[in-house]
Design a protein around this ligand. Structure first.
Ligand code: PGA
Length: 250
């Protein structure tokens, strides 16, 4: 039985005030749910504050990215070891917005994944195809390439302490969710790809769905055999919506 994860990705949103109200609302709700891991990923300046505010073992701290280097002359970057030091347990790597707007290639994403793992943190590796790739029939090879670039660098054993998030780019922030069947198909594909190297690791691997998950569609998505929770953007900024999504996963 895989324990579901519901991870909030605040992206470039928030304030100290919002951090206080949102985390309090998530704490009091999530304390009721022992069967789900909740992750809150605020912008970097709020990490320590969120760490202080978290008041239940069911809620964990996550970051939205980490550098592909451990230290050095890389102005503006944040190292995974620093994230570990301030209490993070999870780090999102390879989000499509990082790939698209900041030019992160599969290789850079793999290097970041490795840094995160070496710092003792759990990477949430995002993969997903664009609408164009889906329409051109290269969805499967895109996903497999994104997954395997990481597995080739980090090794299959690294997937034991990892999470994958399938996020079709055309569904992120667009209100267009993949249907439960469309999502399930890709989740099964990812699990099968990992199973080629280790069925045991594939069985344990938690694969989240992300892309316009809301209170209204979460339960149906999470009921699919290979969907083990969600990575939530827009709806994670609204305590009521987010809490309803956590309930749907539990
Ligand atoms: P969304 O974002 O829920 O706003 O679609 C999901 C994500 O980008 O992780």
């Amino acid at each position: 039985m895989r324990r579901p994860i519901v991870a909030a990705n605040w992206k470039l949103n928030g304030s100290l005030e919002m951090t206080q109200t949102l985390v309090s609302a998530i704490n009091s709700h999530s304390a009721n749910y022992d069967s789900v891991d909740v992750v809150i990923s605020p912008p970097f300046p709020y990490l320590i504050k969120v760490a202080e505010l978290i008041s239940t073992n069911n809620v964990h701290l996550g970051a939205q990215s980490a550098a592909e280097y451990e230290s050095g002359a890389y102005t503006g970057e944040v190292a995974a070891v620093m994230l570990a030091e301030v209490g993070c347990q999870y780090v999102i790597v390879g989000h499509s917005e990082r790939r698209e707007y900041y030019g992160e290639s599969d290789e850079v994403v793999a290097a970041k994944f490795l840094q995160v793992q070496q710092a003792g943190l759990i990477p949430i590796l995002c993969v997903g195809e664009s609408l164009e790739q889906r329409e051109q029939g290269v969805m499967q090879e895109t996903i497999v390439r994104q997954v395997n670039t990481v597995v080739d660098l980090a090794g299959i054993a690294a997937m034991q302490n990892s999470v994958i998030a399938y996020e079709p780019i055309w569904a992120i922030g667009t209100g267009k969710t993949a249907s439960p069947e469309q999502a399930q198909e890709v989740h099964a594909l990812i699990r099968a790809e990992i199973a080629k190297q280790s069925t045991e690791i594939a069985e344990q691997l938690r694969i989240l769905y992300g892309g316009s998950v809301k209170a209204g569609n979460a339960a149906e998505l999470f009921s699919q055999a290979d969907i083990d929770g969600g990575l939530i953007g827009g709806a994670s900024l609204d305590a009521e919506q987010f809490n309803a999504i956590v309930s749907a996963a539990s």
